[in-house]
Design a protein around this ligand. Structure first.
Ligand code: NAG
Ligand code: NAG
Length: 268
């Protein structure tokens, strides 16, 4: 027999063995392994959240609204108190002030808005890691299973969870119908979304830069906004669109040498 025929015989003998090994134990008709659910991120949504910032034994909390519109490449995160947020707080004296703060990404640029104070600054642009979170940011999420999840109102529902590896682990939870429940940027920032507040109809006016904002005024030298332009500090920064450009350490840039010397100490 030609060697190719021997190969066919060997395959014919082995095939049932191999299929048996791949299937579950024993049965003549092993049920197919169910596909793992994929993490879904809406292209257009707004949802309220409750947030915990965990700094060692101290837990600070706030509430806010997440407004995301991929079609116009704009999104906004409002916080009732921005002091403990990674971007809103470490920005000059704002680290000492309990005041509302919003991050708004519009026109490829992230702005920090302190609405009660009518203060605004340009954080950084999408070439430096400050653009919009990509809707595909959790595409590489590793499914972690289905388990009961206790909502803030005490009701327990079933939820899927995934782990998304960034600089740190991010754990995301969704209800079985795909409603976002939680984003936990480990180890210290836990955003718990209210399922009943989810909407896909946006108030587009919140995605406009307010007229009291001067888009050319940069944030403080001692700010996360300045620091992130030189190093990807936070987990979710790996998922900003478009990709951060390769480090271009131009020796002529005064801001880069200044910022690296004065990098604020950030909560970790
Ligand atoms: C959008 O950004 C570009 C450069 O980043 C700037 O030249 C332009 O004026 C901005 N447009 C608006 C409407 O802010
Ligand atoms: C808690 O919230 C969920 C989701 O919005 C809702 O279905 C449920 O009825 C609420 N439970 C109570 C006790 O209000």
């Amino acid at each position: 027999m030609a060697s190719s025929s021997w190969l066919l015989v060997i395959l014919a003998v082995l095939a049932p063995v191999m299929m048996g090994a791949a299937g579950r134990h024993g049965g003549p008709d092993p049920s197919p392994v169910p596909a793992e659910p994929a993490f879904a991120w809406s292209l257009v949504f707004a949802q309220e959240f409750y947030e915990e910032f965990i700094y060692g034994p101290f837990v600070q909390t706030t509430t806010g609204v997440y407004t995301y519109d991929w079609h116009s490449r704009r999104y906004r995160v409002d916080r009732a108190n921005g002091r403990f947020d990674r971007y809103c707080g470490p920005n000059g004296h704002k680290i000492f002030e309990d005041t509302p703060c919003s991050q708004l990404v519009v026109n490829g640029t992230r702005y920090m808005l302190y609405t009660d104070k009518r203060e605004c600054c340009m954080c950084c642009d999408d070439q430096h890691g400050c653009g919009i979170l990509k809707p595909t940011w959790a595409e590489q999420a590793k499914y972690a299973g289905e388990a009961p999840y206790v909502l803030r109102n005490g009701t327990t529902i079933q939820a899927h969870s995934w782990v998304v590896k960034g600089n740190q682990d991010n754990v995301v939870y969704e209800a079985l119908d795909g409603t976002l429940l939680e984003i936990f940027q480990k180890p210290n920032d836990r955003q718990v979304f209210d399922p009943s507040s989810l909407t896909h109809k946006l108030d587009k006016s919140v995605l406009e830069l307010p007229d009291w904002c001067d888009p050319t005024k940069p944030c403080d030298t001692l700010s996360t906004c300045t620091a992130v332009q030189h190093a990807p500090i936070f987990s979710l920064m790996d998922f900003i669109w478009p990709h951060k450009q390769q480090q271009h350490t131009s020796p002529s840039s005064p801001s880069s040498s200044c910022a690296s010397k004065n990098r604020p100490s950030l909560p970790s």
